[in-house]
Write a protein that binds this ligand. Structure first.
Ligand code: ATP
Length: 239
């Protein structure tokens, strides 16, 4: 479904992505792990059209989408959940979902928008309960669920997730990851998941890539990465 071939990207003169190649097949959960500053967020931003790519190809459904505008990519079926839970805090849960679904509304009208919101409430019942509450007053886990729901409003086929576990308690992390697994199982969603919480990410992923200073240094099945001595030492905090 998605294939990156020899991607290079830089901030000014600083090269951040160096010859990165990876692929995500339809229906897979693939995780990208690595230390702070390895370039994981930059890679997601490159795929979703927010970061210029200087060299290489990004193929989605057979078409080269490198340097395509984010809004157009949403129409193609790629959507990135906002980083660091960038929800609209002074607006209600309902208003946030309406904003997330602006494209649905523009393309298909208000009735479809209402239907999509109803589907999100079925998927995240806590958001239905909190629909009139200001988003800024939600718990961290609820804010993360809202961010994911806002992204899903556009019915992507490929969901890009940037550190959904950031700042959340272990129990909530487990809940969020269960939701991601369920979305794949029930909706056939394909997911590229960037995580510093390598342990949790590898437990739900099919395959994983390890990134270090802008390069992919290891790629393997997720269960093999969990047993890989180098990965265990550097990213799982175990010998
Ligand atoms: P983290 O998990 O901390 O977000 P990351 O693996 O996602 O790390 P990136 O955020 O992609 O890493 O950053 C990769 C490198 O690019 C870092 O050295 C960072 O300092 C640099 N960088 C990121 N954003 C910018 C920017 N806007 N301008 C210049 N350099 C940047």
């Amino acid at each position: 479904m998605l294939r990156l071939v020899n991607i290079h990207s830089a901030y000014g003169l600083v090269r951040v992505l160096k010859n990165v190649s990876l692929h995500v097949d339809g229906g897979e959960i693939v995780t990208l792990i690595g230390a702070n500053g390895a370039g994981k967020t930059t890679l997601l931003r490159a795929i979703s059209g927010l970061q210029p790519v200087q060299e290489g190809r990004i193929i989605f459904d057979g078409r080269d989408i490198a340097n395509t505008r984010a809004e157009k990519l949403v129409r193609f079926g790629i959507a990135q959940a906002p980083e660091g839970r960038q929800i609209f805090r002074p607006m209600t849960v309902m208003e946030n979902l309406e904003l997330g679904g602006y494209l649905v509304c523009r393309l298909h009208g208000r009735k479809q928008l209402r239907r999509a919101i109803g589907e999100m409430f079925d998927m995240f019942p806590i958001l239905r309960e909190r629909q009139d509450q200001f988003a800024g007053t939600l718990s961290g886990g609820e804010q993360q669920m809202l961010a994911i729901a806002m992204t899903l409003m556009n019915k992507p086929r490929l969901l890009l997730l940037d550190e959904p576990s950031m700042g959340l308690a272990p129990l909530i992390v487990r809940e969020i990851f269960e939701i991601i697994s369920r979305l794949r199982k029930d909706e056939g969603l394909t997911v590229l998941l960037v995580e510093q919480n390598a342990n949790a990410a590898l437990r739900i992923a099919d395959r994983g890539y390890v990134m270090e200073t802008g390069k992919i240094i290891i790629q393997d099945r997720a269960d093999a990465l969990l047993e890989n001595p180098e990965v265990r030492r550097a990213y799982l905090g175990r010998d």
